[in-house]
Design a protein around this ligand. Sequence first.
Ligand code: ADP
Ligand code: MG
Length: 243
Amino acid sequence: MSKVIEIQRLNKSFGTHEVLKDINITVDKGEVVSIIGSSGSGKSTLLRCVNLLEKPSGGAIIYKGENILDDKHDVYAYRTKLGMVFQQFNLFNNHDVLNNCVVGQVKVLKRSKEEAEKIAMEYLKVVGMDQFINARPNQLSGGQKQRVAIARALSMEPDVMLFDEPTSALDPEMVGEVLKVMKELADSGLTMMVVTHEMDFARDVSDRVIFMDKGVIAEEGTPEQIFNTPTQERTKEFLKRVL
Ligand code: ADP
Ligand code: MG
């Protein structure tokens, strides 16, 4: 299997507060890796370091054989290869649904408007939002907004999709429609890193589960191992609280 991203001894501190300590994760092509753990354990910081929204304090992130933390590396090109979906959607409220999925393609990837619209339509169909291309984000439900945010990220045709609690801001009745889309993407072979509180998703959809606690990977394994036979006391305690 080919590696898409390799995180090596990654460290991140804010001042004297060490938030990530020696994180090692390899993500293979087509793999779905779920990251679980208590609030404050460093999950968001990890994803933000992977796509360089935060500058790691140490370690390496290897992408296509090169350490993207090297000063001379083209960080800009790397970032276009990562799609990110946030808890709070972050859609452009002054653009309609179609344009939300077009502007990045035109500005960053230099695609023609026509080509970008064609690609956007393709991914809006994937998430079931192709009937809403003229709507503004404020006319949509939370679940619909998040599906547009996913289509927008997919329109950039990234190598990896990073999801940071994509269903945490949603009303309960809308969680299912977003998880369904994410499961379909996983089944289609997309490479995904997913920070989630949805334990059913982590168990049923991911290939691997990483349990983070206080800035370290406390335990890692297949969903069966983590959920059925966890070996670490803190994993057991966490699962007892959330299941
Ligand atoms: P999680 O996503 O697992 O809830 P976070 O990665 O958001 O955890 O946060 C991990 C720790 O890092 C927390 O203690 C948080 O307060 C701290 N932290 C996160 N971002 C910043 C920041 N920009 N400045 C200072 N501390 C931060
Ligand atoms: Mg978080």
